[in-house]
Structures are given as structure tokens and as C-alpha cells.
Design a protein around this ligand. Structure first.
Ligand SMILES: C[S@@+](CC[C@H](N)C(=O)[O-])C[C@H]1O[C@@H](n2cnc3c(N)ncnc32)[C@H](O)[C@@H]1O
Length: 235
């Protein structure tokens, strides 16, 4: 009896400690809110009129690799809510604002409906469905110069599972790009580091002149997210 009483006493103490710790810790929603409020990119996005801080990732990648040039035909896979599209509209001159420069085209697709963006053609589409590549080429009126993907499968919270899911999405996006890109085209995609991204690199190196792995400053340092930028598609 005495033993069982002691055990239950220890159990009570353990529970009290756990409750205290849980109270001491912040809820993940509170942590998220604090991070948003303190994030300079979130504030900049509001000032610059972008739909999200993700816009700065493609801005920074393009500052370095210059693939969003006036006149470029761009496909944005998983484009909602539309930050990357907003950046692309300006850079490829989709609205014809830069006089004397070629006018580009942006085609965004997502599982979700996306609020209209001037200068973009937006479609609700699962890019994994059969014939999605042909639909996109039809809508675009030919091949693309850039295929970019910021897609992520919904997070499971299990690091390795999330890594495998995003790599699978990325491999599918790469296959899609092989079909849709014109000679010399660029493929940009988000990956989560986790061990299997090397195979994707090897595949891309066979089809592109250069493949780089980049972590733009706008990508949070506590995230395993990075981007592959593959340039010079040669079929
Ligand atoms: C992180 S968000 C993209 C953010 C976007 N780059 C921006 O700047 O607003 C990822 C998107 O990928 C989309 N997505 C995931 N799987 C997809 C699929 N199979 N086909 C189309 N879109 C997909 C999701 O619906 C989600 O909106």
C-alpha cells in the first residue's frame, strides 16, 4: 500500500510539473503570432502590398539569378495566395508598364481559388492530375521560360515525412517542368532539407546546365526550407 501510495504521489508531482511546464510554455498559436508581429518581412509585405512574406523569397532568388526578365513566360505552381505572382508581374512586365520592353505572361495554378491579380491568368488546378501539363501549355499558348514552385504538402509535423512529401512534390514539379519548359528555361522549387534531395539534384543536373541550392535571406533560419534553382534547360 505504502509503495503504491508513494508511486501515486510521485505521479501527482509529475502531473503537476507537466501542467506547470505547459503553462510556462507559450501556445504555438501565440508563438506564431509573436513571430509574425516581429518579422520585418511581414511588415514590408504589408507596406509593399504583397500578399505574403513569401514574395521576398522569389524577389531575392531573382535578384541573384535573373530569370524573371521582361517578356518571360512564367508558370507558378501552387501560387496561392499570390505573392510570387505579384513579383513576377512586375519583373516580366506583364502589364506592359516598362515601355519599349517585351511583355511577359504569368500563369498561376493552385488547388485553391486565388483572388484575381492584374496581369496574371489564374486557374484552380491540381498540377498532379493527368493532362495538367497539356492544359498549362494550352493556356500559355506554348512552352514556358520559367516554371517555379513554392508548393508544400500540408505539414504532418513529422520532419522526415514532411521532407519526403515535399521532395515527391518537387520531383513531380520537375517532371512537369521537363515537359513544359522551352530550351534555356529555368526551374525554381522549394525543398526541405532532410537527406533525399541529392537524387533530385542528380536528375536536374542531367537536364540543366547549372543547378544551385540556395537559402534566400527571407527564408526563416529556423526552417529547413531551401530552394533549387536550375538554369539552362537543355531537354
Ligand atoms: C506556400 S503556398 C505558396 C505561396 C505562394 N508562393 C505565394 O507567394 O503566395 C503553397 C501552395 O501550394 C499549393 N499546392 C500544394 N499542392 C498542390 C498541387 N498538387 N497542385 C496545385 N497546388 C498545390 C497549396 O494549395 C498552397 O496554396
Amino acid at each position: 500500500m505504502a509503495k503504491s501510495g508513494n508511486t501515486s504521489g510521485r505521479g501527482q508531482r509529475d502531473l503537476r510539473t507537466r501542467v506547470k511546464t505547459a503553462r510556462g510554455r507559450k501556445l504555438s498559436s501565440t508563438r506564431w503570432l509573436e513571430r509574425q508581429l516581429n518579422d520585418p518581412y511581414v511588415k514590408r509585405a504589408q507596406t509593399d502590398g504583397f500578399r505574403g512574406r513569401a514574395a521576398y523569397k522569389i524577389l531575392e532568388l531573382d535578384d541573384k539569378y535573373r530569370f524573371l526578365v521582361p517578356g518571360a513566360r512564367v508558370v507558378d505552381l501552387g501560387c496561392a495566395p499570390g505573392g510570387w505572382c505579384q513579383v513576377a508581374v512586375k519583373r516580366v512586365n506583364a502589364l506592359g508598364e516598362k515601355s519599349g520592353k517585351a511583355v511577359g505572361t504569368i500563369l498561376g495554378v493552385d488547388l485553391q481559388e486565388v483572388e484575381p491579380i492584374a496581369g496574371c491568368e489564374l486557374h484552380q488546378l491540381d498540377f498532379l492530375e493527368d493532362g495538367a501539363d497539356d492544359k498549362v501549355k494550352d493556356w500559355l499558348g506554348g512552352q514556358a521560360d520559367v516554371v517555379m514552385s513554392d508548393m508544400a504538402a500540408s505539414a504532418s509535423g513529422h520532419k522526415q515525412t514532411d521532407h519526403l512529401r515535399i521532395i515527391a512534390l518537387c520531383e513531380a514539379a520537375a517532371e512537369f517542368a521537363f515537359d513544359v519548359l522551352a530550351e534555356g528555361g529555368t526551374f525554381v522549387a522549394k525543398v526541405l532539407a532532410g537527406g533525399t534531395e541529392g537524387d533530385l539534384q542528380k536528375t536536374l543536373k542531367r537536364r540543366f546546365a547549372k543547378v544551385a541550392n540556395v537559402k534566400p535571406p527571407a527564408s526563416r533560419s529556423d526552417s529547413s526550407e531551401k530552394f533549387v534553382v536550375a538554369t539552362g534547360f537543355h531537354g
